[in-house]
Design a protein around this ligand. Structure first.
Ligand code: OOG
Ligand code: NI
Length: 456
């Protein structure tokens, strides 16, 4: 029962991401300033690096550099998460990856709603990093029950978005009028509300438990807390934020700058102090909303990831109190142990690669296995870009924006099953996606290599 009048999921996602960006720039003008800075830095990098500019143009990415890569929200209950899963499905976004942030002292666990396919990501890359509050980590029973009651009394979705989601599920798609209405209605869930649903005393008690708990529980909905465009030079963007009156977080998260970028580097500007009106008409301050930038590199295999985690852990003491330049220098020294050339990353199976035939015929009289064909120049390989998130980096972003300076401290256990049952679906394993792209590309490349011309 497919209907040709249905709007493609990627198109709804693009409309939604555009609307979200416009709303957020209007709500948080400093985010607009960050976008201007990122655009300027990107333009300078492209002007100085024509080869990169050409590569991005050829890949069709040049026009989309300025488009946001992700945003983040935090919800309070399994029911809210379940409904979000249905809402994001309309835009072709599925839960990928499980992140237990409680091990880093942040009382949430998270997943990212994103398209599964590379082609879909290429059309529009928008993802939402979505965290579910772990109320079970509140020790104080009375406070936990109070938080549960407050959350139970709110509905973060408009009646119209519920109707449109039902219709989408019944029909298998939305026409253009419904798609536009869906975007408008869905956006309402993520809007900022300067008036809290609770009085100041309740807010303060929850904030003392953890600032994140207050942020999730005390408002009418899960306001978008940041959006994240892509930068072509995160070091330059970080260094130049103060010139535009923006205060960056202390250090860039993730791996150091490298010849062959890996995983994800990210930084943010510090969340703004916002004036909140509490029930009973008291005013107060809350920090929640910020802007972030990211620069991505190769997806790592489990082996590469284990090496990354070990080196990152070895550098963690440098981070405390360091400024970014000093921290990056020390990080770079520790990461000397992570090979930084494509051939080693590939041969040692540290990163995932996409293989393709170059068109050159296979040599005669050889085994014609993958490595032989790569060595002979018949098959070539490019790194697959990492499209997911990093729990240690995420914890650093959370912490710098919540006025919480507590260091990582292992508390709760992973609760992947609990999150999956809340979602009502399995969470896709991100490693399996990359492994699958690589495996399929190898199969395809091997069959695409022309056979050797028979000597006449
Ligand atoms: C999410 C922080 C994590 C990222 O890019 O790692 C994140 C949040 O603050 O809600 O967005
Ligand atoms: Ni983020």
């Amino acid at each position: 029962m497919s209907d040709t009048n249905f709007v493609h999921a990627a198109d709804i996602r693009a409309r939604f991401a555009r609307a979200m960006s416009a709303m957020y720039q209007a709500e948080v003008p400093q985010y607009g300033t960050l976008i201007e800075l990122v655009n300027d830095v990107n333009a300078e990098v492209l002007a100085a690096n024509p080869a990169l500019a050409e590569r991005l143009t050829a890949a069709g990415e040049r026009d989309r550099i300025g488009v946001e890569r992700h945003g983040a929200i935090r919800v309070g209950t399994p029911d809210e998460l379940a409904m979000l899963r249905r809402l994001f499905a309309v835009m072709g976004m599925q839960p990928v990856g499980y992140y237990d942030l409680s091990v880093a002292g942040v009382p949430v666990h998270s997943t990212a709603f994103r398209p599964l396919d590379k082609a879909e990501l290429d059309t529009n890359p928008f993802r939402l990093f979505t965290s579910l509050l772990r109320l079970d980590l509140i020790q104080n029973t009375a406070l936990r029950e109070r938080a549960e009651a407050i959350l139970a009394a709110r509905d973060i979705f408009t009646p119209n978005v519920r109707t449109l989601i039902d219709r989408y599920e019944r029909q298998g798609g939305l026409d253009t009028t419904d798609a536009d209405a869906f975007v408008t209605e869905a956006l309402e869930t993520f809007r900022w509300h300067a008036d809290a649903t609770v009085d100041y005393a309740t807010y303060d008690a929850l904030r003392h438990e953890h600032p994140l708990i207050a942020d999730v529980v005390c408002f009418r909905g899960p306001h978008i807390n940041h959006l994240t465009p892509r930068t072509l030079d995160i070091d330059a963007a970080q260094a130049r934020m103060p010139d535009r009156g923006i205060t960056p977080k202390a250090v860039i998260e993730g791996p150091p700058r490298r010849d062959q970028p890996i995983l994800l580097r990210q930084t943010s500007f510090k969340a703004l102090e916002e004036t909140i009106r509490f029930a009973g008409d008291t005013a107060g301050q809350h920090t929640a909303r910020f802007g972030e930038i990211e620069q991505r590199g190769a997806a790592l295999t489990p082996r590469g990831r284990a090496l990354y985690d070990r080196l990152l852990n070895a550098s963690k003491d440098y981070k405390q109190g360091a400024d970014n330049t000093e921290y990056q220098a020390q990080l770079a020294a520790v990461f000397e142990d992570f090979p930084d050339d494509l051939e080693t990353l590939r041969r040692d199976e540290l990163a995932y690669f996409q293989y393709r035939a170059t068109g050159q015929p296979a040599p005669n009289d050889s085994a014609n296995d993958l490595e032989t064909l790569v060595a002979a120049g018949c098959i070539t390989a490019d790194p697959i870009i990492y499209e997911d998130f990093l729990p240690v980096s995420a914890a650093g972003i959370f912490r710098s924006n919540l006025g919480d300076d507590s260091e990582a401290d292992s508390s709760g256990d992973a609760q992947r099953d609990a999150m999956e049952s809340a979602l009502g679906t399995e969470i896709t394993d991100e490693m399996a996606l990359y492994a699958d792209i690589q495996a399929r590309s190898i199969e395809r490349a091997l069959t695409d290599v022309p056979t050797a011309a028979t000597p006449g």
